[in-house]
Write a protein of this length. Structure first.
Length: 149
């Protein structure tokens, strides 16, 4: 296969893989938000596999364009419509991955907070309304009688 044809094939494969990674990241977000945590290991494995394949394709693309560190003029594949699309997809995938990471962090904080409450660990930054046995703590600004007899 001639070099321009091979380069075009590599770019097409990269584009398709990035689209698949984007779909997996959306499925991952759906699973995180919808509580489908049993799906996460499979999604993570598929995502890692696709990213490894993307890395392999990128190394092959770099190999076609010249040796590392070699200064070269702009060549085929640098400013094509497909290369632009790949850059856009890569940015979108990176943003989606960062978004999912933020969701995971928020879920971990919420889970840790719930565990701390169940274990009776005081929240140093938060107000405590109830004691360890569920009784309202006297003197707390939000502990007011709801009605009187």
């Amino acid at each position: 296969m001639a070099q321009p044809d091979r380069l075009d094939q590599l770019l097409l494969e990269q584009q398709l893989l990035l689209e698949q990674v984007g779909q997996i990241l959306q499925s991952e977000l759906d699973a995180l938000v919808g509580g489908g945590i049993d799906q996460l290991p499979d999604l993570a494995e598929r995502k890692a596999s696709l990213c490894a394949e993307l890395e392999r394709l990128e190394q092959a693309r770099i190999g076609l364009l010249g040796a590392p560190g070699q200064v070269r003029q702009a060549g085929p594949g640098d400013d094509t419509e497909r290369a632009r699309k790949i850059r856009e997809l890569a940015r979108a995938v990176a943003q989606a991955n960062q978004r999912n990471g933020l969701v995971v962090s928020a879920l971990l904080r919420n889970t840790q907070g719930a565990l701390d409450i169940l274990r009776g660990i005081p929240n140093p930054g938060g107000a405590t309304v109830y004691g360890p046995y569920g009784q309202a703590l006297a003197g707390h600004p939000s502990s007011k009688p709801l009605a009187s007899a």
